[in-house]
Design a protein around this ligand. Structure first.
Ligand code: AHR
Length: 519
């Protein structure tokens, strides 16, 4: 987390920012100071914060990653172009099968010969589920991508036994009816899936099989026991609440669920989607402050719930759904072409600030999954002929491929603007990662119109050699990509540091990665 000192801050209100620009320009470029001490470590960055998510929803799986008998697909039906673009995102973990879909998913429907699998009404998103993509297909996809699979079990309409037997089918090496079935279906060795979710968004009335916190806590505990007794090595993720529908006591939900499950879970899951429906750029760009605040609250709830357990197993936070999502959203999300959000530059900057928030809370946020991978609120958008990379693809790609090792606390002194929801917000948003002498700085300049010139000082090390840079930017904040149109992309470059000092000018409305070797 950046230490915020307000020494000589200049504060602008979001609404008043434009009139003040003229005078700021007369005063010269806006300036900022960043100080980095490599011993000020927040925590280890868990690679699982660069996870993603595929759900049986719209064209994410069917018509996204999976199109049987398509010229661009392989023999398994996996779209090769989509696979290649997804692989470049360094997807460290892939969550499946939902989402809301998981709450009425009966995993036995999705195994065995594809042509004999049942077609079922799908009620979360109003389609017919063919079940042609099931457990074997998902785990094969994950294996091919070298990504950790994460399966969310059905704790809506499903039973304890369903959940337990799914773990047995997937992970057990014993000779049982379940493992014989797996072998009969073509898989000899267990897959050994480590991550298992105890249902999805069970706090919401929109969920099939929605329960009260108390009922969910009791039900999930029995499922957790059976699942863990089937494979003691698995990690369990409880369905927390993050209150994005009115009337839900999200704090009470999380506290109750933690009380029931604290001896059995490894993570509590929270979700966050944000948008710019009222077209207020500066308010929207401050959205990650909400993620920061909720992370702190949930961390406090974990501490409170486990205060009487001195040698407890750690419980971490999993932001296992997050993104910008507001245009393709309403009450009519039913059918095949739904949630097909087209992103612009400001959305990409917000995604970068979310990722900064996860890195800045690396001690407690140990998992995060962008929702979702393809077509449905996604960084990759495909059609029958090919694909294009959405604006949000670029910061995710740069941060996921480069930010590893230890998260460092960055001292930041920079001009601020006044947000209605969040008070003073720094124009710059940063995170820093140090891995084996390589320092990576992720910086978003939220300023819509002005560059910010920053003096970056190392407190205890020196820069060694040139600094690699990559800037994600575009002609203006509303620029979008499309088929044959790449207005927002990442541009590589370099910068010169001297000794322990680096001066860098961050362009307006940009995300920049600086990567340097340290002596
Ligand atoms: O990601 C889209 C949907 O958003 C998921 O199915 C659900 O968990 C959330 O409400």
């Amino acid at each position: 987390m950046s230490e915020s000192t307000k020494l000589t801050r200049r504060t602008f209100t979001a609404a008043a920012a434009a009139p003040l620009l003229a005078s700021a320009q007369q005063q010269g470029a806006l300036r900022a100071r960043l100080k980095i001490d490599t011993e000020r470590v927040i925590g280890d960055i868990d690679p699982l914060i660069f996870g993603n998510f595929i759900e049986h929803l719209g064209r994410c799986i069917d018509g996204g990653i999976f199109e049987e008998n398509h010229a661009l697909s392989d023999a398994n039906g996996f779209r090769k172009d989509v696979f290649e673009a997804a692989s470049k995102l360094n997807v460290t973990q892939l969550r499946w099968p939902g989402g809301n879909f998981s709450s009425n998913y009966h995993w036995r429907d999705g195994i065995g010969p594809r042509d004999q699998r049942p077609r079922r009404l799908e009620m979360a998103w109003g389609t017919v589920e063919t079940n042609r993509f099931g457990t074997h297909e998902f785990l094969q996809y994950a294996e091919q991508m070298y990504t950790e699979p994460y399966i969310c079990v059905n704790l809506g309409t499903g039973s304890w036994t369903d959940a337990q037997q799914w773990v047995e089918y997937v992970n057990s090496a014993e000779d049982t009816e379940m493992t014989r079935l797996r072998r009969k279906n073509g898989r000899q060795q267990p897959w050994k899936v480590n991550y298992w979710g105890l249902g999805n968004e069970m706090d919401g009335p929109w969920q099939m099989g929605h329960r009260s916190a108390d009922d969910y806590g009791k039900f999930a505990l029995e499922a957790a026991k059976l699942m863990r007794w089937t494979d003691p090595s698995i990690k369990l993720i409880a369905a927390g609440s993050s209150h994005f529908a009115s009337g839900i006591d999200w704090i009470g939900w999380n506290r109750t669920v933690l009380d029931h499950l604290k001896t059995h879970i490894d993570y509590i899951a929270v979700h966050r989607y944000v948008g710019n429906a009222d077209n207020n750029y500066y308010e929207f760009l401050a959205s990650s402050r909400d993620v920061d605040a909720r992370t702190k609250t949930v961390e406090g709830l974990i501490d409170a719930a486990t205060s009487d357990m001195p040698n407890r197993r750690p419980i971490y936070i999993a932001w296992d759904e997050y993104n910008v999502w507001y245009r393709a959203r309403g009450n009519k999300e039913r059918g095949r072409r739904i949630l097909e959000e087209i992103y612009n530059l400001e959305d990409a900057l917000v995604v970068a600030t979310f990722l900064n928030s996860f890195i800045n809370h690396a001690h407690i946020v140990k998992m995060a999954n962008m929702a979702q991978l393809v077509n449905v609120i996604a960084p990759i958008f495909s059609n029958d002929k090919g694909l294009f990379l959405q604006t949000i693809y670029y910061p995710l790609q740069l941060i996921a491929n480069n930010s590893r090792g230890k998260s460092l606390s960055v001292f930041l002194d920079c001009p601020t603007y006044e947000s209605k929801k969040y008070g003073a917000v720094d124009y710059l948003d940063c995170s820093a990662a140090l891995d084996n002498g390589t320092l990576v700085l992720n910086v978003v300049n939220r300023h819509r119109d002005q560059p910010i010139e920053a003096d970056i000082d190392l407190q205890d090390r020196r820069f060694s050699g040139p600094v690699e840079t990559a800037e994600v930017n575009g002609p203006d904040i509303k620029s979008e990509n499309g088929f044959g149109k790449t207005l927002v992309k990442s541009t590589p470059g370099s910068a010169r540091a001297e000794g322990e000092k680096l001066r860098y000018r961050f362009a307006p409305h940009s995300y920049t990665m600086l990567k340097a070797r340290l002596a």
